[in-house]
Design a protein around this ligand. Structure first.
Ligand code: FE2
Length: 555
């Protein structure tokens, strides 16, 4: 059979692209500048100067990045931007004031790393510049020390051209979240009509130059739902490929043609520059922006280990054809997703973190995805997608060795892998030999979960299309029959994951919006799975209870 899970834009031609268009999507010529208001009144002026909203991100227990962008009436060499941060939405209990400067060299973006904050505390902030004040944003530092609960939303694949960020709006309305984790494809590179027709991208061509990347980021930041989410919650983000271009790897990408689009290193460099200008992200290494792996301690409850899987080390994808086996170049142990340095760092974090839960925030599915089942001893079967960890199995096995432990290192328990990328929803037990039912020989018991080393929650997209024709679930059911380690698969719904973590268990809920073809406030709870502390496998769960008396939303 063919490849049942098409997760990326087709490589050539328009015909297959047509297949992935939303069947009900119409070309809505909605101006991307719906938030732009005429100048005149003070309120309107405020919208114009701060038309890209405010955002915060990369919270630690004592600091957080505050972000905005100033739009001056005319070009200026330098602009002073003031900020205030307080503990109340009315900004009367001020804990810090300060100022910074921005200029055209950073596209008038502003990023302040505010330090000296208290752990586990909600703050409210506002910028002022050019005689105007920004909307008030809300953020929250991470807790320190003994910590009992983490509650966050997990999103990925927010393609402006494919529709409306209704999932972002639903997340914005949840006052009790600690943060939002974005697992990549925050923006997409395509030109008008190339991948989604609900909204027209700016610029209308594929983004290649620094100016292109900046314009695209700016368009996404003008979206009202994006602004609402950023205004209420701090973001912890990693990029996947589309922040640069499709199926990126260290030295190139499927959607990069050096002959017409220039030098790859230059393209990555300008994409990184625009990303760090426009995202509320703290660069871990300013001497090499590709190295953005970093970790966040959520008290003693969880460590969020955020991985870089695209441009710091990834080996080029091997051709997947209509399915591939674990032979030939696929067995080359030198092929890598993370690179030796990041792999060593990951192993060190997993082995030494004092946190109960180890959460990997990363881009591509870790679990095996096969179209033909076979135990490893019988060849392992036929795999579908060579862009995900299946295409880098020796590298994945090295991580399994860390989880299993050895004479020198204890096994690593309570690991949760969080994933985006494939525009569909999956819950998986992570086991090295899922089609071998003999646990004693390294296999996996689908009934008891024995043989599982960790679990994976894969969130669907905010807007990008999955297999939207699979409304009956037939394809999902087929995949579950081949892949017994998946406890849940949904290929056609859009939305987000809600992760609720206590010391005893981690519950993942899948929430779906009713449409992305038009703005809508409707969302539905679909299903929940949980992992009990120490169990390392999934069981069905129930919807969790929101926190009582959450911090007030920003006004
Ligand atoms: Fe995507």
């Amino acid at each position: 059979m063919g490849r049942p899970v098409q997760t990326k834009p087709p490589r050539t031609g328009a015909n297959r692209r047509e297949f992935f268009k939303r069947s009900g999507a119409t070309t809505v010529a909605l101006a991307a500048s719906t938030q732009l208001l005429p100048l005149g009144a003070q309120a309107a002026a405020a919208v114009a100067v701060f038309q890209h909203g405010v955002a915060s991100g990369d919270p630690l227990s004592d600091r957080v990045i505050l972000w905005t962008r100033v739009t001056p009436a005319s070009a200026k060499p330098s602009i002073v931007v003031n900020y205030v941060i307080a503990t109340d939405p009315g900004l009367s209990q001020v804990v810090r004031r300060g100022s910074g400067k921005t200029n055209p060299g950073r596209d008038y973006t502003v990023k302040i790393d505010v330090t000296g904050l208290q752990p586990g505390t909600s703050y409210y902030y506002q910028f002022s510049a050019e005689g105007s004040s920004s909307p008030v944003g809300r953020t929250r530092t991470l807790p320190a020390g003994p910590t009992n609960r983490l509650r966050m939303a997990v999103v990925s694949c927010s393609n402006h051209a494919y529709g409306y960020f209704n999932a972002y709006a639903r997340i914005a309305a949840r006052a009790d979240l600690d943060l939002v984790m974005h697992l990549g494809d925050y923006i997409y590179e395509y030109g008008a009509g190339q991948y989604g027709t609900a909204r027209t991208p700016e610029p209308a061509t594929e983004m290649v130059s620094l100016s292109d990347y900046r314009l695209r980021h700016a368009q996404y930041k003008r979206d009202a739902d994006s602004q609402a989410m950023h205004r209420q919650h701090p973001l912890v983000a990693i990029w996947d490929d589309h922040e640069i271009t499709n199926d990126a790897y260290k030295t190139g990408a499927q959607n990069h043609q050096p002959g017409s689009e220039g030098d790859w290193t230059t393209r990555v460099s300008v994409a990184m520059q625009a990303y760090y200008e426009w995202m509320p992200v703290r660069a871990p290494d300013t001497s090499d922006l590709r190295r953005n792996w970093r970790n966040f301690a959520y008290g003693d409850l969880a460590e969020m280990i955020m991985l870089e899987e695209r441009v710091s080390a990834r080996s080029q994808q091997l051709p997947a054809g209509s399915g591939y086996t674990q032979t030939g170049a696929f067995t080359d142990a030198t092929r890598t997703l993370l690179g030796p340095e990041q792999e060593a760092w990951l192993a060190e974090r997993l082995r030494t973190t004092p946190a109960r839960w180890k959460m990997l925030g990363q881009g591509v599915m870790f679990a095996q995805l096969k179209q033909v089942a076979a135990a490893n001893a019988a060849g392992g079967g036929v795999f579908l997608n060579s862009d995900q960890w299946d295409g880098y199995q020796p590298a994945r096995n090295r991580i399994y060795e860390v989880l299993k432990g050895n004479a020198e290192h204890a096994a690593v328990n309570d690991v949760i892998v969080l994933t985006g990328d494939i525009h569909s929803s999956w819950a998986a037990d992570l086991t090295q030999d899922p089609n071998n039912p003999d646990v004693n020989s390294g296999g996996y018991d689908r009934t008891t979960g024995a043989g599982s080393r960790a679990v994976e929650f894969v969130g669907t997209s905010v807007t990008s299309p999955g297999v939207d024709t699979d409304t009956s679930g037939a394809t999902a059911n087929f995949l579950r029959s081949v892949n017994p380690h998946f406890k849940y698969i949904n290929l056609h719904r859009r939305g987000y994951m809600l992760l609720d973590v206590t010391r005893e268990r981690a519950v993942c809920e899948w929430w779906y919006v009713d449409t992305v073809a038009s703005p809508s406030n409707n969302e539905t709870f679909a299903v929940a799975f949980e992992v009990q502390q120490g169990s390392k496998h999934l069981t069905p769960s129930a919807q969790t209870t929101p926190r009582v008396n959450p911090p007030l939303l920003a006004p």
